[in-house]
Design a protein around this ligand. Structure first.
Ligand SMILES: [Zn+2]
Length: 268
């Protein structure tokens, strides 16, 4: 039974592979982009119904300004890498949500949410601005590299493994909805949280420092930010750390990549 199921599945998998433009890495896409976009929008809208927006106008404006500059950098980046067709999927929104947890996310389609806990961790001044740019750049990096689509596909594959017949016929949109929720760290309602893989984390870090640099921020702030994040996650396990696992390699990769990124993308 199992073999008979796996054979056609392999065919589906081959057909469902696409490539990350930046790295040339092959990725699995079992869920179409339009399915992801519509499921993400539903997920985002239901999240925003319960989220409490910050009432601190200055802090909100600060986050919006930084996120807007990162978004503009992302658009320039997509154009420069021949992915301008993806731009039609983006309708950016920027929010500062009142929550002490260290968290931030960017849904496919450009819905960015930063928690006040993250703003507190980043601190004030231009150094803090650059740290927030690093976080937002990292999140937008996950979005433009379509990591969510890949993760939702992996999640779908897990459900396909256990419920292949059901998934192949009825209720696919329900499955996509759940897969998207799990892929974006909103899966606690389904009893699941799916951490980004090390590969995804390093890829998002790299795109993040490129976007921060293009947007005019100091990419070195990413190192400080991730060090603070690591220190914070030893005393508690914030949601961000559980979905964006850190590795020793992260800091060394940033240190290695930042000079070249600054030389290539920085203001000349
Ligand atoms: Zn991440």
């Amino acid at each position: 039974m199992r073999k008979a199921i796996l054979l056609p599945l392999c065919g589906i998998l081959l057909a469902a592979c696409s490539t990350v433009a930046l790295t040339g890495r092959k990725q699995l896409n079992l869920v179409s982009e339009s399915e992801i976009l519509s499921a993400s929008l539903t997920e985002y809208q239901s999240y925003m119904k319960t989220a409490k927006l910050s009432t601190d106008a200055a802090a909100t404006q600060r986050v919006k300004t930084i996120a807007q500059r990162i978004a503009a950098a992302a658009e320039a980046y997509l154009k420069a890498t021949g992915q301008e067709a993806d731009l039609q999927n983006y309708s950016w929104e920027f929010n500062l949500v009142n929550d002490n947890q260290l968290n931030a996310f960017c849904m496919p389609g450009g819905k960015i949410v930063v928690y006040t806990g993250m703003v507190a961790l980043a601190g004030a001044g231009s150094e803090g601005d650059s740290e927030l740019a690093a976080v937002i750049g990292h999140e937008v990096g996950h979005a433009i590299a379509k990591h969510g689509q890949e993760r939702a596909s992996q999640q779908m594959l897990t459900s396909l493994g256990s419920q292949i017949l059901g998934a192949a016929t009825a209720g696919k949109s329900q499955q996509v909805q759940q897969a998207v929720a799990v892929a974006y760290g909103m899966g606690t309602q389904y009893g699941a949280l799916l951490p980004f893989s090390r590969k995804h984390e390093l890829e998002a870090d790299y795109i993040g420092i490129v976007l921060a640099t293009v947007a005019g921020y100091d990419a070195n702030a990413a190192i400080n930010l991730w060090q603070k994040m690591q220190a914070a996650s030893t005393t508690s396990t914030p949601e961000f750390a559980s979905t964006h696992p850190s590795s020793d390699k992260r800091i060394s990769e940033l240190q290695k990549n930042i000079p070249a990124v600054k030389a290539t993308y920085g203001k000349k």
